[in-house]
Write a protein that binds this ligand. Structure first.
Ligand SMILES: [Zn+2]
Length: 134
């Protein structure tokens, strides 16, 4: 459990084209209410809370620091990480291996089959974060 795990969790979201979830997390941490987020981004408020709880768990249960870390790196992830999954209406297509998966399964697929790529992107994000924050 560490900040590296939080970064990996968030990078996988972006690789899988879940940009709205990242934005929802970011806006929640900035203080917006889950109902506003649900209305504007169409991300279910229960999902927003579940995502926040997951970040808290991954960060070793230090609530403030975990959320701060997520808040710091989400803008970098949104700006610099390119999705490698096309979310079509019926299936998610992985551009690395050209296979199709159920939507619910694609993040699991990333972790299981493309962990090297995920970690490469995580390290790049953390490097960019350090560059921008001296
Ligand atoms: Zn794949």
């Amino acid at each position: 459990m560490s900040f590296m795990d939080i970064a990996r969790f968030l990078v996988v979201k972006k690789l899988c084209s879940c940009d709205k979830q990242l934005e929802a997390i970011y806006r929640y941490i900035k203080g917006e209410s889950p109902s506003t987020i649900e209305k504007e981004l169409k991300v279910d408020r229960k999902l927003v809370k579940a995502l926040i709880y997951r970040i808290y768990e991954l960060g070793g249960s230090n609530y403030q620091l975990s959320l701060q870390h997520a808040r710091d790196i989400i803008p970098i992830i949104i700006k610099y990480v390119e999705p490698i999954v096309a979310q079509n209406w019926d299936k998610a297509v992985c551009k690395l291996c050209k296979n199709e998966y159920e939507h619910l399964y694609i993040q699991f697929h990333m972790r299981r089959n493309h962990m090297d790529y995920v970690d490469y992107e995580v390290k790049r994000v953390l490097r960019l974060y350090r560059l921008e924050n001296g």
